[in-house]
Ligand binder design. Structure first.
Ligand SMILES: [Zn+2]
Ligand SMILES: [Zn+2]
Ligand SMILES: [Zn+2]
Length: 400
């Protein structure tokens, strides 16, 4: 399958690459990257416009803090501010649109305004933690927006259905902060931003993979379960595939900590932790769906087509592994899955060649592929709904 077809699949829900490594250029022609706030070649200010999914060159607006997008960008008439967190430890390069009448509704960007509690920026360790967390969070949020998923702050935009983050450090006395999710709030223990500490926990827990980005992806899985599965038409299929989430969650966690991972999880789940409870299974599968979408999009953005550029024998999954084999888009999704398998097999070999741990230390069973297909259909569904809503809004605006 040609590269454009693969890209079409990842863009069925997502319009284009969120953080294309090869797609962004400064007006001077030099390549620029997702994290850049200035061009290293000509020093032009750069900003990330999450709705255009692009790093853009910024041109001065009417006043010192207003900017417009460079000439060849869409939306060149729109005014923007830089996120207030540009010069904070978050070092945020995102930009915020300013409304038509010049009123500024938000001073933080779509990503930074999700933060409800940030670390204590008066000390260097917490500053560094917030810096690292913010980098991971921007990557996550860019991907969520690209997939057409709702991303709104529970503090300033949607107090009922939005999401927010608490980045907390455990107190020197008293109970430790637990990374987790509850009622729209994602809590991250910021010690996870320290490599030595995180690695120590990874080994203690016997995990193959533990990263900041992985944590954030996993916890957003819980949030989107609340929004996209609970009380929706998907719930029965969810229970068939992942199990009944009404089983006692606290007891399931207790069993996991006392007895270790459930036997035979490999045949059903993407990771040992996923075997604990249907909610964790969903959150883990969700995280892997995002790993796959972001990484394969990145590979395609670099012109790396797993079909033509990787010569490696990998046993492909067949249609019966899918959640809905009869889905007209099923063969395309299956192809995507098999391309990912080939890509990660090659990346694992490259990691080994450098003496690193495997790039993607997971092996999927057909059941995991079915679960990933389910996640994909849920995401496509919400992406399509968001698209038709925005085109309806556009039509209404035209009628006016
Ligand atoms: Zn430049
Ligand atoms: Zn920001
Ligand atoms: Zn979880």
């Amino acid at each position: 399958m040609p590269i454009d077809d693969l890209r079409l699949l990842s863009s069925r829900a997502s319009k284009t690459t969120a953080v294309a490594p090869a797609g962004f250029h400064c007006k001077c022609g030099e390549p620029v990257f997702f994290r850049n706030s200035r061009c290293v070649s000509c020093n032009s200010p750069l900003g990330y416009e999450p709705n255009l999914r692009k790093i853009v060159t910024l041109e001065p607006g009417a006043t010192e803090d207003l900017w417009r997008l460079g000439e060849d960008a869409e939306n060149s008439g729109q005014l923007y501010r830089r996120c207030d967190n540009l010069f904070s430890a978050a070092a945020c390069n995102w930009i915020v649109p300013v409304s038509d009448n010049g009123a500024i509704q938000q001073t933080l960007c779509q990503c930074c305004r999700l933060d409800r509690t940030i670390p204590d920026l008066s000390n260097a360790a917490d500053q560094e933690a917030y810096h690292r967390i913010s980098i991971a969070k921007r990557r996550l949020v860019a991907c969520l927006i690209t997939l057409g998923l709702p991303v709104a702050s529970r503090i300033s935009e949607d107090v009922e259905h939005g999401v927010a983050f608490d980045f907390l450090r455990s107190p020197s006395v008293g109970p430790r902060i637990l990374t987790g999710y509850e009622n729209g709030i994602i809590t991250l223990n910021i010690e996870e931003a320290e490599d030595s500490r995180r690695e120590q926990i990874r080994l203690e827990m016997g995990e193959a993979y533990r990263t900041l980005l992985g944590h954030l992806r996993h916890e957003t899985g819980h949030y989107y379960w609340d929004r996209l599965i609970a009380g929706t038409a998907w719930i029965d299929d969810f229970r068939d595939l992942f199990g009944d989430e009404r089983e006692d969650y606290a007891a399931a966690l207790q069993t996991r900590y006392q007895q270790g991972p459930p036997l035979g999880w490999e045949a059903r789940c993407v990771s040992a932790y996923a075997g604990v409870h249907p909610w964790e299974d969903w959150a883990e599968t969700w995280a892997h769906y995002l790993h796959m979408m972001d990484t394969i999009d990145c590979a395609l953005g670099l012109g790396l087509d797993p079909d033509s550029s990787i010569e490696m024998e990998v046993k492909p999954f067949t249609a019966d592994a899918l959640f809905r084999p009869e889905d007209p888009e099923g063969p395309r999704f299956l192809h995507f899955i098999n391309s990912w398998t080939r890509l990660t097999a090659a990346l694992n070999e490259l990691s080994r060649a450098m003496g690193f741990n495997d790039f993607y230390p997971f092996v999927w069973s057909p059941r995991v592929v079915a679960k990933l297909h389910f996640v994909h259909l849920v995401v496509c569904d919400i992406g399509a709904a968001a698209e038709s809503e925005s085109s309806t809004t556009a039509e209404v605006a035209e009628l006016k």
